[in-house]
Design a protein around this ligand. Structure first.
Ligand code: ADP
Ligand code: 5GP
Length: 212
């Protein structure tokens, strides 16, 4: 059977819904299955974030140079900063058969789906608005003004949710991580993702019927 290439998956969701936390746990539990793309951004690092681990932190000039050189699979502006997905890592990991996860906002997600229609799109929400606000404020990484801007942006992002394939309600973390893992494992069993296998068995059956 031909080696399957990996599945490209996009995870989006409101700021503070818990995307980062879910992805971190998924990678801890299943490091062999998944590769998490590291984006480039012009936003400043939060305390504890490291260049090359959470993001590649870049100046606006450096980011615009990456755009010009066509080094990004997609990019978007989000609350006054650029964010983008470097191409090379994603392409290398997919070719190795890893499922690659992009944790990106909705404009980028839609661009990826247009370029790569087989992409699986997951949308993460908290159980309700109150929890979202509490998580975002509780994370204590943004000023009240930026929290406000991110909550307003969440309202806009909601309008695009119909383009997504799966809704992930992040209430209890471990259950949520298992849900994401089983969705992605089930994706591998879809018929259109197994053409090599199907063609091989078809050929074997045809040979049998011819008496070979
Ligand atoms: P995002 O990446 O979507 O902006 P984070 O992963 O940073 O969100 O999560 C926002 C805050 O909510 C963090 O402080 C995180 O620890 C907390 N959090 C995430 N998931 C859960 C959960 N299932 N239960 C309780 N708190 C959570
Ligand atoms: P944060 O500043 O909270 O890390 O991220 C802000 C938003 O930018 C989140 O919705 C996150 O998913 C999104 N984001 C992160 N990296 C990328 C990227 O490479 N491209 C796009 N389009 N969005 C991204």
């Amino acid at each position: 059977m031909e080696a399957q290439t990996g599945i490209l998956t996009v995870v989006s969701g409101f700021s503070g819904s818990g995307k980062g936390t879910i992805m971190k746990r998924l990678m801890e539990k299943y490091p062999q299955n998944y590769a998490l793309s590291i984006s480039a951004t012009t936003r400043a690092p939060r305390p504890g974030e490291e260049d090359g681990r959470e993001y590649f932190f870049r100046s606006v000039e450096q980011f615009e140079e990456m755009i010009e050189k066509d080094e990004l699979l997609e990019y978007a502006r989000y609350v006054n900063n650029y964010y983008g997905t470097p191409k090379s890592y994603v392409q290398e990991q997919l070719a190795k058969g890893k499922d690659v996860i992009l944790e990106i906002e909705i404009q980028g997600a839609l661009k990826i789906k247009e370029k790569y229609p087989d992409t699986v799109l997951l949308f993460v929400t908290p159980p309700n608005f109150e929890v979202l606000k509490n998580r975002l404020v509780g994370r204590a990484t943004e000023s009240p003004q930026v929290v406000h801007e991110r909550l307003c942006r969440a309202g806009e992002e909601c309008a695009g949710v119909e383009a997504y394939d799966y809704l992930i309600v992040n209430d209890e973390l471990e259950a949520c991580v298992e849900q994401v893992h089983s969705i992605l494992q089930n994706e591998h069993t879809k018929i259109f993702r197994n053409e090599g296998f199907i063609n091989q068995i078809k050929a074997e059956l045809a040979d049998y019927a011819k008496g070979e």
